[in-house]
Design a protein around this ligand. Structure first.
Ligand code: PAF
Length: 290
């Protein structure tokens, strides 16, 4: 596997691949790789001639005083995993290489509205940081396809909107959330959980499954009441629920009774970890529930 750390070498590498007409699939990451990332790599491999992964802990998407400094950095172990997975190239630049001395005044790519909802409401500037780096990485890597996990459903939706609005010639492919045996969504942040917290962490997924069951079985479900009860029950189990909401898949606004393509979004603190998860639901019209 090639490991490239500078923009210049990346440009030369990409130029060569384009000349050879290789179809490129790209998996952007922040490292600390787990099976969920390797599932994205596997999907990428099934879709293209060449798979490029990036590892870059992007300071723009962390709040000042947030967990940037504590974010786990495990480059050597990550390289080993990517090599074993048969990845063709890893792009792993440092902050200076990506942003130069211009980090505080960098041009930003902003998807308005949706970036301020949900995770964006509690993590100011987070999605602006994500869309800026993803756009920049797309310009550098020039992939045909980019693969993202559905666990970060809001991120995925925002990136799809960015690609549509800016006519970026990259096909966005999503992969279902990879889960531990008890249902907990795989995440680098699970490493922050203590042993006791880890035992209750899967209740977040269980709660979402429960909400989905209710939405499927009730004729006219009261979204507000159901999600409030679910959040209360999570809080009783030791979580501090940030949000739990039934939204429209397209724009993540709160869903109404007429909406069919739904996603149940949740974020909750458990000890030092902030866990997010979601479940997608394509609801049948009431008259077909009989
Ligand atoms: O999902 C992530 O790991 C990051 O938000 C991403 C897409 C690599 C951008 O830094």
């Amino acid at each position: 596997m090639n490991v490239i750390t500078t923009l210049q070498s990346l440009r030369e590498y990409i130029e060569l691949q384009k000349r050879e007409c290789n179809k490129i699939a790209f998996v952007p990451t922040m490292g600390n790789l787990h099976q969920g990332h390797l599932d994205l790599v596997e999907r990428a491999q099934s879709l293209a001639d060449l798979v490029i992964v990036s590892i870059f802990v992007n300071p723009l998407q962390f709040e000042a005083g947030g967990d940037l400094d504590n974010y786990p950095k495990t480059l050597e172990a990550d390289i080993e995993k990517l090599q074993q997975a048969g990845v063709d190239m890893l792009f792993a630049p440092d902050i200076q290489e990506v942003y130069g001395d211009n980090l505080s005044a960098i041009t930003q790519v902003i998807v308005p509205g949706i970036s301020a909802l949900w995770c964006g409401a509690s993590r100011a500037g987070h999605f602006e940081g994500v869309t800026t780096i993803v756009n920049k990485l797309f310009n550098l890597v020039q992939p045909d396809i980019a693969v993202f996990g559905e666990k970060d459903f809001q991120q995925l939706t925002i990136i799809r909107i960015m690609v549509r609005d800016l006519s970026i010639p990259v096909e966005i492919v999503s992969v279902a959330t990879s889960r531990e045996a008890d249902g907990l969504a795989m995440s680098s942040r699970n490493g922050y959980l203590t042993k006791d917290e880890r035992e209750i962490a899967a209740k977040l997924y269980e709660t979402l499954v429960n909400v989905r069951e209710i939405l499927i079985s009730e004729r006219n479900p009261d979204f507000q009441k159901i999600t409030q009860q679910a959040a209360n029950s999570l809080n009783q189990k030791g979580f501090k629920t940030d949000y739990l909401a039934v939204c429209r898949q397209s724009d993540l606004q709160l869903a109404g009774p007429e909406d069919r393509k739904l996603v149940i979004l949740a974020a909750a603190h458990l000890g030092k970890a902030r866990l997010i998860d979601n479940l997608i639901l394509d609801k049948l019209p009431a008259e077909r529930l009989e």
